[in-house]
Design a protein around this ligand. Structure first.
Ligand code: 6PG
Length: 228
């Protein structure tokens, strides 16, 4: 496993969104399996990615985690990507594999595990929570030790709804992991994720592409404690 993380430090959240959008647009052109994330950070990146490359017909889209809500709920990670990315494309992805959170965490996780099979993501986009969580893997949660590919999970932070998440081994099997993080409230988590000893109190520190690249695209505020 490569523990090396390529750090890309940009001026502000807008530049982070633009860099992530460019990476997604390139992935769409190349075609392949792309895993999206939820959270506030990717919204602008998704909108820009759809503008830069409106043809996603060579891709299949997946998610790294989902909240157990209906697909049109404001809290749904699928709804976020639909509104900001999928609905703006000229050519839809070849397949859109959403996690069916409305089925409840156990059933949704089992269904998604079946659908996922042994798929390997070409690009996997991830955020980091201010507590250091990644996907829906929260600090010191029992899910961090699970080997299954997809797991039902408890929330460790708002919004407090059940989750479904990819496990650490699944996240680490991606060919390219792209973390996108901006904002001063993430500086501590970013330091723990990329410049401290990895451990279960910071799930993002355990996520590194086993046989590929791990890239962290950060703004100055989020990267502020990296050299401290
Ligand atoms: C989710 C996300 C989650 C997110 C981080 C960062 O379902 O909430 O997948 O892991 O990436 O919480 O979120 P922000 O970008 O909103 O800070």
């Amino acid at each position: 496993m490569s523990d090396e993380v390529e750090l890309v430090i940009l001026e502000d959240a807008g530049e982070v969104a633009a860099a992530v959008a460019e990476r997604l647009a390139r992935a769409a052109r190349d075609g392949g399996q792309i895993a999206l994330t939820g959270g506030r950070t990717p919204e602008q990146a998704y909108e820009e990615a759809a503008q830069r490359e409106p043809d996603w017909s060579k891709t299949e889209i997946w998610w790294s985690d989902e909240r157990c809500v209906p697909p049109d709920d404001d809290l749904s990670n699928y709804a976020l990507a639909k509104r900001t990315l999928l609905d703006r494309l000229e050519r839809n992805p070849h397949a859109v594999h959403r996690i069916k959170g409305e089925l409840g965490k156990e059933k949704a996780a089992a269904d998604y595990e079946h659908e996922l099979g042994d798929t390997v993501f070409d690009v996997e986009l991830l955020g980091i929570g201010k507590d250091g969580h990644v996907a829906s893997l929260f600090p010191n949660a029992p899910t961090l030790h699970e080997r299954k590919r997809v797991l039902p999970a408890e929330p460790g932070l708002e919004p407090f709804v059940d989750r479904v998440t990819l496990s650490i081994p699944t996240l680490n099997s991606a060919r390219e992991i792209v973390f996108a993080v901006s904002g001063a409230d993430k500086a501590n988590a970013v330091h723990r994720a990329f410049a401290s000893k990895p451990g279960p109190d910071t799930p993002a520190s355990l996520v590194r592409a086993r046989d590929g690249r791990t890239i962290a695209i950060l703004d100055r505020a989020a990267a502020a404690k990296l050299r401290a």
